[in-house]
Ligand binder design. Structure first.
Ligand code: FES
Length: 351
C-alpha cells in the first residue's frame, strides 16, 4: 500500500518526538527538526548512527544496513541514516547534547593557502567571511558543495579557537576528479562553497579517562584538531595517539605529533606503518594500527577511544576493541571514504 503519510518518531530516552516525511530517513528527519543524533558516513557503512527499534517497522530503500551484523539485526538495531519509517516508531539512540546549539551554515570560503604536506596530501586553508565565523567542535567536518548537488566531506584539522581559517588535509585520490582539481588547478584566492559543521565526532567531556586516539592516513586531521583544542585548554588528560599509514610518506606531518610527545608528558605518540618501503629505513612499529593499539592495551576497559580513518580500519576496530573490554559508549569514530568522486567543474574562478 503506498505510504504518503508522515510518521511520528519518538526517542525513548529523552521523550523527544519528531516527524518524518515520506521517503525521508530517520536521521534526515531528526536533523531537519534540530534533533541531534550520532552519524558519520551517512551511507550505511560505519554504524555510528545505530539505534534500537522498540516499536514500529522500517525499510531500507536506498542502501542495505551493511554496518549491522546478524546479531545486531536480530536484537532490533537499525541504522538511522538509511532507515525509513513504515509507520510510527519508538527508538532508543544516544542523543548528542553538545552540538544542539551549534548552527549548521552554508558559507563561501576563500582559499588562503595551499601547500603540499606530501606528494599525495595537500593542506588547504579556507578563510571565512569576516562577519560569518563558523562555530564547531574539534573533530567535526565540513562538506564542500559541488555542482549538481554533490558534496565532498573533509574533517577540519584546525582547532575551534582558530576560527578565522579552517584547515583541511586533502588526500589525492586516483580517479578522483575533485581531488585532482584541488591538486592541479585550485588556486589561492579561489572560492569554495561549504556547509558545516557536521558530524558527531567530538570529545566527550565529563570524563578524565585516558584517551586513545587512532588515525588512519588523513584521519589524523580531526585528531589534530582535538589535541590542539585540548592543549589550548591546558588539559592534562592522558592521550596516546596511534597514527597508521602504509609508508612513511603517508605520515605527512610526522614532526607535529613527535613534537607533542616531546613537549607534553601526558601525550604519547606511536606511528605504525603497514607497508614500509625499503627507502623508509623504518625502525618503528609495523602492521595494522588497530593491532598496535591492542598489543599495547590488551585491556581497554579503562579507556575512551577516538578513531578516524577509512571504513575498513574503523569497521575492523569497532568489532575488535569491544572484545578487549572497551564499552560501546566509550568508542567514538568518524569514517570516511577515499573513493573516486563525482564529475567536477570549477565553482568560482579565483579573483
Ligand atoms: Fe549511518 Fe554511518 S552507518 S552514519
Amino acid at each position: 500500500m503506498p505510504d504518503n503519510s508522515q510518521h511520528t518518531i519518538k526517542l525513548k530516552l529523552s521523550g523527544k518526538t519528531f516527524t518524518s516525511n515520506k521517503g525521508e530517513t530517520v536521521l534526515e528527519a531528526a536533523l531537519r527538526q534540530g534533533v541531534k543524533l550520532p552519524y558519520s558516513c551517512k551511507n550505511g557503512t560505519c554504524g555510528n548512527c545505530k539505534g534500537r527499534l522498540l516499536s514500529g517497522s522500517v525499510s531500507y530503500p536506498i542502501h542495505p544496513p551493511l554496518a549491522l551484523d546478524e546479531k545486531e539485526k536480530a536484537d532490533g538495531d537499525i541504522l538511522l541514516c538509511q532507515a525509513v519509517a513504515d509507520n510510527d516508531l519508538q527508538i532508543t539512540v544516544r542523543e548528542i547534547e553538545a552540538i544542539k546549539d551549534i548552527p549548521v551554515r552554508m558559507l563561501p570560503a576563500r582559499v588562503s593557502s595551499k601547500e603540499l604536506l606530501s606528494p599525495n596530501v595537500a593542506k588547504l586553508k579556507l578563510r571565512l567571511p569576516k562577519t560569518q565565523r563558523m562555530q564547531f567542535l574539534a573533530g567535526q567536518y565540513i562538506e564542500i558543495l559541488l555542482p549538481g548537488g554533490k558534496r565532498r566531506a573533509f574533517s577540519i584539522a584546525s582547532p575551534p579557537h582558530d576560527a578565522d581559517e579552517l584547515e583541511l588535509h586533502i588526500r589525492h585520490v586516483d580517479g578522483g576528479d575533485f581531488t585532482s582539481w584541488v591538486f592541479n588547478e585550485l588556486k589561492v584566492k579561489g572560492i569554495l562553497r561549504i556547509e558545516g559543521p557536521l558530524g558527531t565526532f567530538f570529545i566527550r567531556h565529563g570524563s578524565q579517562r585516558p584517551m586513545i586516539m587512532m588515525g588512519g592516513g588523513t584521519g589524523f586531521a580531526p585528531l589534530k584538531s582535538m589535541i590542539e583544542y585540548l592543549l589550548r585548554k591546558q588539559s592534562v588528560r592522558p592521550i596516546h595517539l596511534f597514527w597508521g599509514a602504509r609508508n612513511l610518506e603517508e605520515l605527512y606531518c610526522l614532526d607535529l605529533p613527535e613534537q607533542w610527545e616531546r613537549n607534553f608528558s601526558h601525550i604519547q605518540f606511536t606511528p605504525v606503518l603497514s607497508d614500509p618501503l625499503a627507502e623508509d629505513h623504518w625502525q618503528g612499529r609495523t602492521g595494522f594500527v588497530h593491532t598496535a593499539v591492542i598489543e599495547d592495551y590488551p585491556d581497554l576497559s579503562a579507556h575512551e577511544v577516538y578513531m578516524s580513518g577509512p571504513p575498513i580500519m574503523i569497521d575492523t576496530a569497532r568489532h575488535a576493541f569491544p572484545a578487549q573490554g572497551l564499552a560501546d559508549d566509550r568508542l567514538f569514530y568518524d569514517s570516511f571514504e577515499f573513493g573516486a568522486d563525482v564529475p567536477f567543474e570549477i565553482l568560482a574562478e579565483p579573483h
